[in-house]
Design a protein. Structure first.
Length: 108
C-alpha cells in the first residue's frame, strides 16, 4: 500500500535527523501514532493523569483520553484501549481504517 500520511519524525521532543542532518519522515502508522501522542500531550490529559492519585478519577482521565483519540478520523471508534504500565507511562492501542493496529507510549 502506498504511503498516505507523512510527518516529520519526532523523538524525545526533537526532530530525528539522518546522517545528512535532514529530518526523517514518519509515515502511515507511525505518523498517526505520533499525531495521537502529541494530541494527548497538548490536551494536558497526560499531565493531569500524573497529578491524579485517585483510581476512580484516573479512570475518568483514561476515558477522556480514549474519547480524544477516537475523534481522529483515521481511528476506528470503539477500538482504543489503554494499559497503565506505570503511574507515569501508558500504552495506548487503537485500530486504524487503513493500516491496522497502532500502539503509542505516552509518558506523563
Amino acid at each position: 500500500m502506498p504511503d498516505k500520511y507523512f510527518d516529520l519524525l519526532i523523538t524525545d521532543r526533537n526532530f530525528t535527523l539522518n546522517a545528512g542532518y535532514e529530518p526523517n519522515l514518519a509515515k502511515n502508522q507511525q505518523s498517526i501514532g505520533q499525531d495521537i501522542q502529541h494530541a494527548i500531550i497538548e490536551s494536558g490529559l497526560a499531565t493531569e493523569l500524573v497529578a491524579e492519585r485517585s483510581p476512580t478519577l484516573r479512570y475518568d482521565v483514561f476515558t477522556k483520553i480514549i474519547l480524544l483519540v477516537e475523534t481522529d478520523r483515521r481511528i476506528i471508534p470503539g477500538t482504543a484501549r489503554i494499559k497503565e504500565e506505570t503511574s507515569e507511562r501508558l500504552y495506548l492501542t487503537a485500530d486504524t481504517y487503513d493500516f491496522g493496529k497502532i500502539g503509542v507510549a505516552i509518558n506523563g
